[in-house]
Design a protein around this ligand. Structure first.
Ligand code: C2E
Ligand code: MG
Ligand code: MG
Ligand code: MG
Length: 282
């Protein structure tokens, strides 16, 4: 049907909005109890050095296994947690859990690895993140350089002076700082100069078309060159094929992460993976 009047469009729009609101209400109701009920879990996705595939560490990724709703992806529940102001509390749980995991692996004799955690814009903007990170590291006696803090470039846009001080504080603790989903945010390159960033993570949308898509190849190469010129490490995420693995290594990308090398795993499987692989020596 070609012809639709304005009222139809308005009601379709409202139904969509209502669905979003309903999802928010349903998820939000259960999410408030998720931490208390032990329903949150961290999965660990391996990160590899590109040139020899040695394991350099893991990225901790949130999973919510709700007894009411089943497995809920972070793409669905993190926006709700942010809207409800629950992200700082969840973020603290993530930091604490990741540090406890590093401690466990250290105690089992593993060495020379990093664990990356994602922090949200809200965590960065709230006072106290540096203290929270310092406390989590101290509680588990984890060397700060074993913790890699990932943030998206869009989360750096607001309140630049505050963010700069927060990142400088984290850097002073000795953690690594990574820019996640690099190339997708609406921000300028100026903050690469202003902020003490150690690593750029090429967003998976630019990895997907490799090696055949000439535009993706140009963007990936440009990010690698830019990062290296600024003395940063460059990682690629969402690596799904051997051809992408080879191509990125050939282009000089330092680290690779993706389902081809290893998906995000529950902690026991990550541990098995960890023990089976040679680790990267600096
Ligand atoms: P991210 O930090 O960019 O994480 C990478 C996402 O790509 C993860 O999705 C991972 O499972 C997925 N992935 C990895 N390899 C491949 C691949 O080869 N192919 C494809 N198609 N996907 C791959 P996930 O676990 O669903 O997480 C989505 C996003 O949720 C994360 O994106 C991150 O922004 C956010 N997130 C996850 N955990 C946390 C957390 O603890 N705190 C915060 N603030 N955000 C988190
Ligand atoms: Mg990440
Ligand atoms: Mg990413
Ligand atoms: Mg992402």
């Amino acid at each position: 049907r070609a012809k639709r009047d304005g009222r139809d469009r308005v009601s379709e729009f409202s139904i969509e909005q209502m669905r979003a609101l309903e999802e928010r209400l349903v998820l939000g109701t259960h999410l408030r109890d998720a931490i208390r009920d032990n329903e949150l879990e961290l999965y660990y996705q391996p990160q590899h050095r590109a040139h020899d595939h040695a394991l350099t560490g893991f990225e901790a990724l949130l999973r919510w296994n709700s007894h009411e709703l089943g497995l809920v992806s972070p793409g669905r529940f993190i926006p709700v947690a942010e809207a409800l102001g629950l992200m700082p509390e969840i973020g603290e749980w993530v930091l604490d859990t990741a540090c406890r995991q590093v401690r466990t692996w250290l105690d089992r004799g593993h060495r020379d690895f990093c664990v990356a955690v994602n922090v949200s814009a809200q965590q960065l903007l709230r006072p106290g993140l540096v203290d929270t990170v310092a406390a989590a590291l101290q509680r588990q006696a984890v060397p700060p350089a074993m913790l890699d803090i990932e943030m998206t470039e869009s989360s750096l846009m607001e309140n630049v002076e505050w963010i700069r001080r927060t990142l400088t504080g984290l850097k002073a603790l000795g953690t690594l700082l990574s820019l996640d989903d690099f190339g997708t945010g609406y921000s300028s390159l100026a903050y690469l100069k202003q902020f003490p960033i150690d690593k750029l993570k090429i967003d998976q949308s630019f990895v997907r078309g490799l090696p055949t898509d000439a535009d993706d190849a140009a963007i990936a190469q440009a990010i690698i060159t830019l990062g290296h010129q600024l003395h940063m490490t460059v990682a690629a995420e969402g690596v799904e094929t051997q051809a992408q693995t080879d191509f990125l290594a050939e282009m000089g990308c330092d680290e690779l992460q993706g389902n081809h090398l290893g998906p995000a795993l529950p902690v026991r499987e990550a541990e098995a993976f960890f023990s089976a692989l040679p680790k990267a020596r600096p």
